[in-house]
Design a protein around this ligand. Structure first.
Ligand SMILES: [Zn+2]
Length: 102
């Protein structure tokens, strides 16, 4: 009986942990969307870049991995300086500008 209770308690703790990870991911997505929106507003205002050029660039970047799937797939590398995830093709961390391993 206590094993069942213990297993159920462990499952509940795992479910709670999953919910927290999901909340953290949504917060991170919201933060990245905010940064993206701010960057886009600066670029479009100061450089006159329009939606057509942006769409073309998104298309080209999407195809870097050979698939047009609306995602940037590829190997990722963790920055040794700040611990954030970067795509392998970046030579410097997009968050802290530290050099990434090649
Ligand atoms: Zn970094």
């Amino acid at each position: 009986m206590s094993q069942i209770f213990s297993a159920r308690h462990g499952l509940e703790r795992t479910q709670e942990a999953v919910v927290e990870v999901r909340k953290d991911l949504y917060r991170e997505i919201d933060r990245l969307l905010l940064i993206n929106e701010a960057l886009w507003s600066i670029v479009s205002e100061r450089l006159g870049v329009g939606e057509t050029e942006l769409s073309a660039r998104i298309h080209a970047i999407d195809l870097r991995d050979g698939r047009l799937d609306g995602r940037v797939d590829g190997a990722r590398v963790v920055c040794a300086s700040c611990g954030k995830m970067n795509l392998r093709f970046h030579q410097q961390c997009i968050f802290c500008a530290a050099d990434l391993p090649t």
